[in-house]
Design a protein around this ligand. Structure first.
Ligand code: HPA
Length: 276
């Protein structure tokens, strides 16, 4: 059997042994949404350390567990603490949790993140509906023997972020009175922030926001046939657009400040996606 799939199967066996909850939707929580689970009707949790071979997140402020329960009546699994490529894991390991949530039964993947704003119309604290992505120097998580059990060798990426789900989220945002920008997200490897020259380059290439996650998870999920949507919290203006040096503290503070609104938007979106 394919090595990556074998590892995934072992992780799934641990989930099956410990958890009975079957999620419909998978939610990956970015910076600032870490306490989203407080709004959920939590049924079960699974610490990443209880899963054999699971990559453990090292970022300060990230917990490491799957939280199973209901959000607005919808059975979901939330990833509290995501795995980043810059932590030193392979891209295949970085997307293992996404694939695992697909095996748990989730048909939809809802991605969230904190990102730097490149589009000059964006302000810190805005939310951006992700319409598409660019992956910059991050290897494809699909490199290596194809996992036939999950998807095809050469998967189509012409609509990674579902037009249908984007429509639902636009309507949810309007109904909740939450202003929503839209745009293209570029994933870099991190962990360093970008130079102003890189930000000018990404802007000219068509990116509206930049971050260190999301595109690889979306690629793995698309490969596995999930329907995907994503929202970025614009936590800062990207390098060179902002007059100040970038700090993780600023990113965290802005994300925390707008977290209540972000939670409202995500909760309503999930309910509307599930048609509850
Ligand atoms: N660049 C990259 N990643 C980020 C940023 C940024 O400006 N803000 C939050 N995550």
């Amino acid at each position: 059997m394919n090595e990556v799939y074998e590892k995934l199967q072992k992780c799934y066996a641990d989930y099956e042994k410990k958890i009975s909850f079957k999620p419909e939707l998978a939610l990956i929580l970015g910076s600032g949404l870490g306490d989203f689970c407080d709004t959920m009707d939590v049924k079960e949790t699974l610490d990443y350390r209880e899963i054999t071979g699971f990559p453990i997140s090292t970022v300060v402020g990230h917990k490491g567990q799957f939280v199973f329960g209901y959000s607005g009546g919808v059975p979901i699994v939330a990833m509290q603490g995501r795995v980043h490529y810059y932590e030193g894991y392979s891209v295949q390991d970085a997307v293992l949790p996404t694939r695992l949530m697909k095996l748990m039964g989730a048909k939809t993947l809802f991605l969230t993140n904190a990102a730097g704003g490149i589009n000059p119309a964006f302000k810190a604290g805005d939310f951006m509906l992700i319409t598409d992505h660019i992956s910059s120097f991050v290897p494809s998580p699909l490199i290596g023997a194809n996992i036939e059990e999950l998807g095809t060798r050469f998967p189509d990426m012409s609509e990674v972020y579902s037009r249908r789900l984007r429509g639902i989220i636009e309507n949810a945002a309007a109904a909740e009175g939450v202003p929503l920008q839209r745009g293209v997200y570029v994933q870099t490897t991190g962990p360093n922030y970008e130079t102003p020259a890189e930000i000018r380059m990404y802007g000219r290439l068509g990116a509206d926001a930049v971050g260190m996650s999301t595109a690889i998870e979306a690629m793995a999920a698309r490969h596995a046939g999930m329907e995907i949507c994503g929202i970025s919290c614009i936590s800062n203006l990207a390098a060179g657009i902002s007059a100040n040096p970038l700090t993780h503290k600023e990113v965290q503070e802005t994300a925390d400040r707008v977290a209540p609104l972000f939670k409202k938007l995500v909760t309503r979106s999930i309910t509307d996606i599930a048609g509850k």
